[in-house]
Structures are given as structure tokens and as C-alpha cells.
Ligand binder design. Structure first.
Ligand code: SAM
Ligand code: SF4
Ligand code: F3S
Length: 444
């Protein structure tokens, strides 16, 4: 009999990809995706452990499920993702409502676990079994029907930045076989994808070796370039250390690789980068920027910043602030350092919280100012937008320009899936608003 499953997803794009793949696999045992979380047989919380009170958020969410189902049959309640990996059986001990805790490298086991589930039986699966996971997923059709589709090519991380949990929650770097990725891209294209976003925690460390040949991210980009149905190619998240020449060459060779580079630097101070164990300097970062700008001056950068990492004094902070002032990022994410259990930085003396808040405000003022000014420069210009969907109830369309800016505009539903010109009329920090050319003509 048909059953219903709902997944609440927190965290990065890889978690979104994973949630979609879980929906694909559980179909095989008769569990179908629903958006109505009030009436399900299985409820998964796919968690993120990167910052703050990640664990507490999960317990609150479990509390909400308990409340929602207090007068109904309890759904099988499963915690997946990075908190599951980090906390494992502790979660089962603390919260009896949870039935299973399944880490990111054990999703291929979910179907058997769900099928054989017995009330009262608690299950913990947190082995790193990434090869078997992808072998299994490779035999499951990717059912993603988004115009812009995620495709994981690499998982895990060997870099061990001192602040980061990812090497512990996702395990060592693993690159999927080249041919399997291409087969999955073909599947996505059949489902209507026009943009492929290649994903990895260190996506540009992708390296798959077979018969003495090495395939890198550049080979994937060059192969996808030849898919006539694909209009745009992107990748995220990359590390400055792995911006190799072959990848940089793609920016001159490829017409579909978007001129937008999300390349986290974390700090504008070399002292801080060293303390963080980032394995790159501010100078190497600037060099990458200069080389890429020379290839294509239209290329724009975005970054992530960690503020108040242990040891950051006022002068280190000012170096970051000045770096941001001189370097016009099109957008960026910035966070106060959050000590993560098990990481080297977790036991170090933290910067005073009030000082950290002030620093974050100053950094964000600067980042947001650039962001808004760049967005304003689009006003009265037309931008190429890949139309992703209609915004239900608003009679508007949603898409993105080449820099990933969200664009909301008046246009025709028949344009979903196409790249069209949109005249930008107003903007805010995060979004551009406008009308398609033909819509303008109709209204005038
Ligand atoms: N692999 C990417 C890289 O090396 O740049 C980053 C991936 S991580 C999922 C995304 C971002 O979260 C990082 O770039 C960093 O800015 C932030 N982050 C990671 N650990 C953090 C921590 N302990 N506190 C605050 N921010 C953190
Ligand atoms: Fe985390 Fe990225 Fe550093 Fe890896 S390279 S440890 S994912 S911040
Ligand atoms: Fe979060 Fe894990 Fe992604 S910690 S950011 S869900 S890799």
C-alpha cells in the first residue's frame, strides 16, 4: 500500500540533493513524497551541524512532530545528515521519539531499515560507506525535475580547517566515477534541467582516476558543455587551493560556465588563515581573482567569512574589513565563529561575544553595501534570466541571472525553462525586480 514521506531539510545544497535522492530511493518501497507533513508514515529531519545550536534545532523539530501527531499514529521518525553523524546514538538516548539516526554515508541502507522497522526498535547507522552509497544511488533514477538541478560529484573533505565539522560528518574526500556523473546528468536533462550545479564540499578537488587517466572538474565541465540541452553550468563550493590551471582554463573555453565564482576566503588576515589551517594566503586568493578577471572581466566573486575566530585581534579584524572594502564581492556569507564539538578550534579561547557582534555588523554593512550597489547597477538594464518557475499566487516568475541573483518579474509562464531578457526596474539587497521585454510592450 502507498505510504507518505516528508523530509525537512536544513543546511547546504548537498543536503537538498541528498533529500531528493532519499525521495527517489524510498519510492522503491512504496513511500511517496508529500508536502503535507501532517499526515505521513515517515518523517525525516535532514540536519546540518555547521554552526550554532544545530542539535537543539533538531530536538525542537522533533518536539513539533510529537505535538503534530499526538492524536494520530506516530510516523517513523528518522534523523539524517550531519547532526546524525556527529551525535549518533546520543540522539536516541536523549529523545525516545526518534526511531533512527542515519549518517550521510548510509542512505543506501534506508529502504531496508524502513521496510523492516518495528515499533520500539532503535537504529543507528553512521558508518562511512560512501562507495556503496553511490553504487546504490547510481542504480536509482534521479527524479529531480527542477530547471536548475543539483548533481553531487564529490563528497567529504580532507582539508581539516580547524573550525569545521565537515571532515568528521561527511568523512574523507570521495569523488564519484566520471561516467556515473555523466549518466546522472543525462537523466536530469531528460527531466528538463537546463542548468546543472555540480556539488561537493570541495568540489574543485574532484579527482577520479581510471586506467592511469585522471578526470577532474574541468573534464566534467567540458563534457557537460557538449550537452545541447544544458544552457548553464555552475559548481560549488570550491577551495582556493584547488583552483588549478585546467579549471581556470574552463573560463576561457566554456560558453556555459557562468562567470560567478563562489570561493570562500574566510579572512583577510594571513595570520588568521594560518591559525584556521586554511592552506592558502590572501595573496594566492587575489592572484586567482586577477587571473580570472583577465580571462573574463565580467567574472564576479562571492565568499564566506568567519568573524572572531579564536586569536583574532582588532588589527586582524581590520585587515579583513579593509580587504572587503577593496574587493567588491557580489555577495557573501559571514558568520561569527561557532565552536564545533570535536574540532581543533572548539577548545580555544573565544573572542568576547559583544565584540564579535560589533565586528560582524561592520563586516556585513560593508558586504551589503557592495551587494546593493552592484544590484543597483542592473537598474534600467536588461539581464539574461534562466526562468525557473512561476511564483504561485503572485502571478510572477522567478529566475536567476548569470551571477545567481534572484530575479522576480512579470512575464509569461511559457518562458519557464528558457533564458530570456528581463529589464530591471528596482532592486533590493537580495533580489532584482523587472519585466520581460515583451511584457513591457504589452503594458505600454
Ligand atoms: N568547503 C568550503 C570551503 O572550504 O570554503 C566551505 C564549506 S562550509 C559547509 C560553509 C561555510 O561555513 C564555510 O565557508 C565557513 O565560512 C562556514 N563555517 C564552517 N564552520 C564554521 C564554524 N565553526 N563557525 C562559523 N562558520 C563556519
Ligand atoms: Fe570545512 Fe571547507 Fe575547510 Fe573542508 S575545506 S574543512 S569543508 S571549510
Ligand atoms: Fe551542514 Fe553538513 Fe552541509 S554540516 S553545511 S549539511 S555538509
Amino acid at each position: 500500500m502507498e505510504k507518505k514521506i516528508f523530509i525537512k531539510t536544513f543546511g547546504c545544497q548537498m543536503n537538498e540533493y541528498d533529500s531528493n535522492r532519499i525521495y527517489d530511493t524510498v519510492k522503491k518501497i512504496g513511500y511517496l513524497k508529500t508536502e503535507n507533513k501532517e499526515n505521513v508514515d515517515c518523517y525525516i529531519i535532514n540536519t546540518c551541524h555547521i554552526r550554532d545550536k544545530a542539535k537543539e534545532k533538531v530536538y525542537h523539530e522533533v518536539g513539533r512532530i510529537r505535538e503534530l501527531y499526538k492524536s494520530k499514529n506516530k510516523p517513523i521518525t528518522i534523523i539524517t545528515g550531519c547532526v546524525a553523524q556527529a551525535e549518533n546514538e546520543e540522539m536516541l538516548k536523549r529523545e525516545p521519539y526518534i526511531d533512527m539516526v542515519v549518517g550521510p554515508q548510509s542512505y543506501h541502507k534506508l529502504n531496508n531499515l524502513i521496510k523492516n522497522f518495528e515499533i520500539g526498535k532503535k537504529i543507528e547507522e553512521t558508518e562511512f560507506d560512501v562507495v556503496n552509497k553511490f553504487n546504490y544511488l547510481d542504480n536509482t533514477k534521479n527524479g529531480d525535475t527542477n530547471i536548475s538541478a543539483y548533481l553531487t560529484i564529490q563528497e567529504g573533505c580532507d582539508k581539516f580547517c580547524n573550525f569545521c565539522v565537515v571532515p568528521f560528518t561527511r568523512g574523507p574526500e570521495y569523488s564519484r566515477p566520471f561516467d556515473k556523473i555523466i549518466l546522472e546528468a543525462e537523466e536530469l536533462v531528460k527531466n528538463g534541467a537546463k542548468e546543472i550545479i555540480l556539488l561537493g564540499q570541495n568540489v574543485n578537488a574532484y579527482s577520479f582516476k581510471i586506467q592511469s587517466k585522471e578526470y577532474r572538474l574541468s573534464n566534467l565541465i567540458n563534457t557537460l558543455e557538449n550537452f545541447s540541452e544544458i544552457d548553464r553550468i555552475r559548481y560549488t563550493t570550491s577551495h582556493p587551493r584547488d583552483m588549478t590551471d585546467d579549471l581556470i582554463d574552463c573560463y576561457s573555453l566554456s560558453k556555459k560556465l557562468m562567470p560567478f565564482v563562489h570561493l570562500p576566503i574566510q579572512s583577510g588576515s594571513n595570520k588568521m588563515l594560518k591559525l584556521m589551517n586554511r592552506k592558502h594566503t590572501v595573496e594566492t586568493y587575489i592572484k586567482i581573482y586577477e587571473v580570472l578577471k583577465k580571462i573574463n572581466p565580467e567574472i564576479e566573486f562571492s565568499s564566506d567569512f568567519i568573524i572572531s575566530y579564536p586569536g583574532e585581534d582588532e588589527s586582524d579584524f581590520l585587515e579583513t574589513l579593509n580587504f572587503i572594502k577593496s574587493f567588491r564581492f557580489i555577495n557573501s556569507f559571514s558568520f561569527i565563529f561557532s565552536p564545533r564539538p570535536g574540532t581543533k578550534a572548539s577548545t580555544l579561547k573565544q573572542v568576547d561575544y559583544e565584540i564579535s557582534k560589533e565586528r560582524l555588523i561592520k563586516i556585513q554593512e560593508q558586504l551589503f553595501l557592495h551587494q546593493l550597489n552592484i544590484n543597483k547597477s542592473f537598474i534600467n538594464n536588461s539581464v539574461d534570466v534562466l526562468v525557473e518557475n512561476e511564483i504561485i499566487g503572485q502571478n510572477k516568475l522567478f529566475g536567476r541571472n548569470k551571477y545567481m541573483n534572484s530575479v522576480i518579474f512579470d512575464g509569461s509562464k511559457k518562458d519557464v525553462g528558457k533564458i530570456i531578457k528581463v529589464n530591471i526596474e528596482k532592486v533590493n539587497q537580495n533580489t532584482l525586480f523587472g519585466k520581460t521585454t515583451n511584457q513591457r510592450e504589452l503594458l505600454n
